[in-house]
Write a protein of this length. Sequence first.
Length: 335
Amino acid sequence: MHLARFPRLSLGQFPTPLEALPNLSRFLGGPTLYIKRDDNTGLASGGNKTRKLEFLLADAVRQGADVVITQGATQSNHVRQTIAGAAKIGLKTQILLERRVEKFGEDYQRSGNVLLDNLLGGTVVDHLPAGTDMQQAMETLADTLRAQGHKPYVIPGGGSNPIGALGYVACAEELLYQSSQQRLRIDRIVHATGSTGTQAGLLAGLEATNSGIPVLGISVRAPRAKQEENVYALAARTWQLLGARGEFPRDRVVVNSDYVGEGYGLPTSGTLEALRLLAQLEGILLDPVYTGKGMAGLIDLIRKGLFKKDEHVVFIHTGGSAGLFGYRQLLEQQG
């Protein structure tokens, strides 16, 4: 896949562990479950965005940027890791936050990732209402900074463009190597899909190695048709960036949007059950926005008999446990 030809920084601790989930597997009575611990990437409490930022911030350095601009929802894991990665290489960050979730009060607006954003030294320029064209807002901010003599580098929400998706091309390679070392046959990979970079990168990486392993994305916000269209578009662009031959196969993109619930950042009863089960059976903290919904989908699909008992299923833990503190009131109410 020739990833060595792309600029890359060392920001995380890789490889992340690939662990069995024996207690959860027994509890559910379905396939044998494993978890890829990308919550353990190490950068400012970890998460999947670190992989993307190794390529994105390397590109920022290559272009001579002196400030990084990015955006996300109030409790964005991506924003936290971007601020941390930029700080590590001596770049300032300017952040736009979108108020997608309003119902959880002051804890949500001030604790969790928001607290860490401030501690890490990020400058939150504005809190914008839900539905704002955040990409356009970043471009406007970039124009302002250029007029002041700066050279900004704009990172899209979630770090999800072809350069960022290279991080999960690398993860696909890493996962295949680990499965070989552990003599583990992987029958399916499942993860939470939002801004699409994780799924697109995994798909491109797995396709480039002819692994044949299917990937199921559990959507945390968009309807299935829209999410699959977005994932495919980025996977195809990542495929081209890699210099792979032919067109990326559309049928590799599979998304289930049955577990979105009321919307982005709003946990369902299944989300809350998944948080408790992983914590109390395996000592692993998921998050209420992404991995909680992704695991809720996996658990429900196991109960519905989607997987055979002799299958081996790997769940990608994309991090985000810092966001739990923003949901304190909801978690306390649920006991």
